[in-house]
Design a protein around this ligand. Structure first.
Ligand SMILES: [Mg+2]
Length: 230
């Protein structure tokens, strides 16, 4: 197979976070503000927020309304379910502090793999279910140049999210490559692996745990891409 482009998911594929669940980031921010809530209380608030956001249409507006507006509404709901007053101001504070309290690093092999792909004249792209401005903020924070990727697709780029095939098709159209010439690598079965396959791309599921499921095409480390693309 001749692969002319490799597209990557961001979180848990290229970028490692120092938390397992985002509730922990909330915990850190609230603690820094002198507000004490247990992680279980925060988890429950997340569940209630998700339920309410489904009902009131906020969840389906993700990627369709402005980044700041979405997160302001989301954080206001979380604070409401944590019984915290003064939600307006606090919601803004949480948003502005988010990436200060979420430690993010590139997995160790990322730079080498990206530069080897460049050497082989393979195009590289990023498809993430984050807003474009969040992607750029994170890239800046971890020291990735804007020119690292030939295409960056966020949830607001065409206002659709993985696994919608339109997202993958948009990326390959931008790169002027065919689906069968493109490899997608991500860590989520439905959004990444199946989403890419449904759009006609080759897909690799990355699973860095010691006991990955066996039935799918799985890699444990991004360097394995290099042997698979010929
Ligand atoms: Mg991911």
């Amino acid at each position: 197979m001749t692969i002319k482009a490799v597209l990557f998911d961001m979180g848990n594929t290229l970028v490692k976070y120092d938390v397992d669940i985002f509730e922990e980031v909330y915990d850190r921010i609230l603690t820094s503000l002198g507000i004490s809530r247990s992680i279980d209380e925060i988890k429950r608030a997340f569940e209630k927020t998700e339920e309410e956001a489904k009902k009131n249409g906020l969840l389906s507006s993700f990627g369709k309304i402005a980044c700041e507006e979405f997160w302001h509404c989301w954080d206001s709901l979380i604070l409401k379910h944590l019984n915290i007053t003064e939600k307006e101001e606090l919601a803004g504070t949480i948003q502005s502090k988010w990436f200060d309290f979420l430690e993010s690093t590139l997995y160790p092999e990322v730079r080498e793999v990206l530069s080897e792909l460049r050497n082989r004249q393979v195009k590289v792209g990023l498809i993430s279910t984050a807003y474009e401005e969040e992607i750029h903020l994170l890239m800046k924070k971890i020291g990735l140049e804007k020119t690292t990727f030939d295409v960056i697709v966020g949830v607001d780029t065409i206002k659709k999210a993985k696994p919608d095939p339109a997202v993958f098709k948009y990326a390959i159209n931008q790169l002027n490559v065919a689906p069968e010439e493109t490899m997608f690598v991500g860590d989520k079965i439905e959004a990444d692996y199946k989403g890419a396959k449904n759009a006609g791309l080759h897909a690799l599921l990355i699973n860095r745990s010691e006991n990955p499921p066996k039935e799918l095409t799985i890699i444990g480390n991004l360097t394995e891409i290099l042997t698979r693309i010929g």
